[in-house]
Each structure stands twice: as C-alpha cells, then as structure tokens.
Design a protein around this ligand. Sequence first.
Ligand SMILES: Nc1nc2c(c(=O)[nH]1)N(C=O)[C@@H](CNc1ccc(C(=O)N[C@@H](CCC(=O)O)C(=O)O)cc1)CN2
Ligand SMILES: Nc1ncnc2c1ncn2[C@@H]1O[C@H](COP(=O)(O)OP(=O)(O)OP(=O)(O)O)[C@@H](O)[C@H]1O
Length: 191
Amino acid sequence: MSLIHDKRTLRSAMLAWRGGLSEDERRVAADGLVASFEREQPFETPTVVSGFWPIKDEIDIRPLMIELHNGGCQLVLPVVQGRGKPLLFRAWRPGDPLEQGVFGTLQPSPKRETLEPDALIVPMLACDEEGWRLGYGGGFYDRTLLGLRGRKAVTAVGVGFNAQLVDDVPHGPDDQRLDWLLTDKRACAFV
Ligand SMILES: Nc1nc2c(c(=O)[nH]1)N(C=O)[C@@H](CNc1ccc(C(=O)N[C@@H](CCC(=O)O)C(=O)O)cc1)CN2
Ligand SMILES: Nc1ncnc2c1ncn2[C@@H]1O[C@H](COP(=O)(O)OP(=O)(O)OP(=O)(O)O)[C@@H](O)[C@H]1O
C-alpha cells in the first residue's frame, strides 16, 4: 500500500481514538504532562520554546506552557504562512490575546516579534519508538524542522497522550524525526 494511504488509515484511527477520551481523562492527562516534563526535563530552560494552542481533541498543553513561562522560557506559537511553506513563530505570553488563524488555529498578533525556537513542542497524532511522527498531513512541522535543523541545533519534543505511541508510523523521505517524546505518563529521548 502507498505511504499516503497508510498514513491516512493511521490518522483516522488515531483521531477516532482521541475523540473518545472523556473530559476527566483529558484533565488528568494535562496535569500528567507537566509532571513528566518536570521529571525528565527534555531541554534546558530558559530558552525559546514553541508551544501551540490546542485544537480538535489535542492534549491540553496550556498548563505546561504556563510552567515553561514561569521557568523563564520565551514562548512562541506557530503561524501557518501558507500551504507548502514552513511555520513562522510569534512571541506569546500566557494571557496575551490570540487571533484566528487557518485550519481552526489561534495565533498571536502580527504585531508580536517573530523568533526561531530552540525547542519545539510538536503536536502529533501518533509516533513510534524510533521517533517517526504523524500529524494532520500538511507537512508543516516537517518543513519547519528541515529548515531550522539546517541553521542550528533544535530539540523537537512530540507531545500527546501515552497511547499515541504506537508500534510503527509509516514514514518517507520528507519526514523529520522527533528527538523526544513527552506524554502524560513518560518522557524519553529517541536514540
Ligand atoms: N494546535 C495545533 N496548532 C498547529 C498545528 C497542529 O497540528 N496543532 N499545526 C501542525 O501542522 C499547524 C497547523 N496545521 C494544521 C494542518 C491541518 C489541520 C487540519 O485540521 N486539517 C484538516 C483538513 C483541512 C483542509 O485541508 O482544509 C483535517 O485534518 O481534517 C489543522 C492544522 C500549526 N498550528
Ligand atoms: N521538506 C519538504 N519538502 C517538500 N514536501 C514536503 C516536505 N516535508 C513534507 N512534505 C510533504 O508534505 C506532505 C504531508 O506530509 P505528512 O503527511 O508527513 O504531514 P504531517 O507530518 O502528518 O503533518 P504536519 O507536520 O503538518 O502536522 C507529504 O506529501 C510530504 O511529502
């Protein structure tokens, strides 16, 4: 079967699974994420860290972003510049207003400073033990990581519910591997 087909099949299975979580499970997981981060510290703080404003049924990383802000990190949030283009990142602090972006995303105002992150908290639908990641299919994080890694060392931390770690994520030449996995139950570096 083709790569696109295999990714699509896994994508719909993971979206269906994630959509079935209860509000309680989601709240517990958001707290678990902060605990996992504090236990393992995937990157040194302070630094410029990209978060994201959760959409659909993504794990709620807002408590984690508040911890990072309190720990001295400069947070940035992604902005879609267009299909086939890498993401841009604008400075954001907890409480700052957000504007509507594409695909249901919320993003900081264009008045805010644009910064390149040193560490990226990357949303994912699934990842495997080798760090291959599945997203919504736009290739945005793959393009972004390719560009950033060509310029400097960055740490890509895939974030999700623990069950989003699966046996095998299909991958091709354009896919960028994650450096770390952070879930509500664990944090580990990929080798
Ligand atoms: N919270 C969050 N923010 C993010 C991302 C993300 O995955 N999660 N992104 C990660 O790249 C970028 C936005 N990219 C996205 C790409 C596709 C869809 C999406 O919902 N796609 C629809 C199809 C939309 C269409 O083609 O018209 C879908 O999957 O049903 C959402 C965000 C930047 N911000
Ligand atoms: N650097 C790149 N140059 C050209 N095409 C790319 C690049 N990175 C990704 N793509 C293409 O983008 C498309 C979508 O990729 P993929 O299905 O891996 O997205 P995803 O990782 O699930 O999405 P996202 O990163 O937006 O969450 C694929 O056709 C892929 O080949």
